[in-house]
Design a protein around this ligand. Structure first.
Ligand SMILES: [Ca+2]
Ligand SMILES: [Ca+2]
Ligand SMILES: [Ca+2]
Length: 211
């Protein structure tokens, strides 16, 4: 009888140990899945913020494309290098006003888009500033001399995520030096070829030639 009692006790202890182990395993699994949920939520807001920032970069880059051509029309015609001065002067299109770039970091750049809205509260700010390329004394930060500026989008999303993307933008005449090649004349007739200009060398008179 005593032996049977002992056996029952052993079974009970074993059952309790197993139950305790199952409880511990269950708790661990719950903790792990909670942690995984938290990690995936963080990753999600990070990705959302990243893509929102990317949308901000694309937004201004797309808008700048036609403005860049428009603002540099005279330079293209004159055969001189285009620049981003208009971008550094800010969206008010006025030189030396409050929205101009005033330094060589994004904090002192010219803000072109404030709270651009992808959807809901997926917001981005987009700023441009000049690289360290010198320029007219006193206006170095508004004077782009090499066709290169920086563009940065700072994004924030509802989940608390934030992300920033910086790119370097280089503006140049389409086809590079081909612009000064005076394509209309190249290969146009006897004695003419694609390797050299058959009329006067392209220089300052280029603008009057194409008018
Ligand atoms: Ca301005
Ligand atoms: Ca400059
Ligand atoms: Ca520059």
């Amino acid at each position: 009888m005593k032996n049977l009692h002992n056996q029952r006790g052993a079974v009970l202890v074993t059952a309790m140990v197993i139950l305790a182990l199952l409880t511990i395993i269950g708790m661990a699994a719950t903790n792990t899945s909670m942690l995984e949920t938290m990690i995936s939520a963080t990753e999600r807001t990070h990705s959302e913020a990243f893509y929102t920032a990317e949308a901000g970069v694309d937004h201004l880059r797309r808008n700048f494309k036609s403005v860049f051509l428009d603002k540099n029309m005279a330079k293209f015609a004159a055969g001189t290098d285009p620049d981003w001065d208009f971008a550094l002067e800010g969206p008010d299109e006025i030189f030396n006003s409050g929205d101009d770039a005033t330094g060589s970091t994004y904090l002192t750049g010219s803000r072109w888009i404030t709270d651009g809205n992808l959807s809901g509260n997926y917001l981005y700010n987009v700023t441009v500033w000049d690289n360290d390329d010198g320029g007219t004394s006193g206006n170095e930060y508004r004077d782009d001399t090499d066709g290169i500026i920086y563009l940065r989008a700072d994004a924030r999303v509802p989940g608390g995520g934030s992300s920033s993307i910086e790119i370097l933008m280089k503006g140049a005449a389409t086809g590079g030096s081909a612009l000064s090649g005076y394509g209309a004349q190249e290969g146009g007739g006897a004695g003419k070829n694609y390797g050299a200009n058959d009329v006067d060398t392209v220089d300052a008179s280029f603008s009057s030639q194409i008018q």
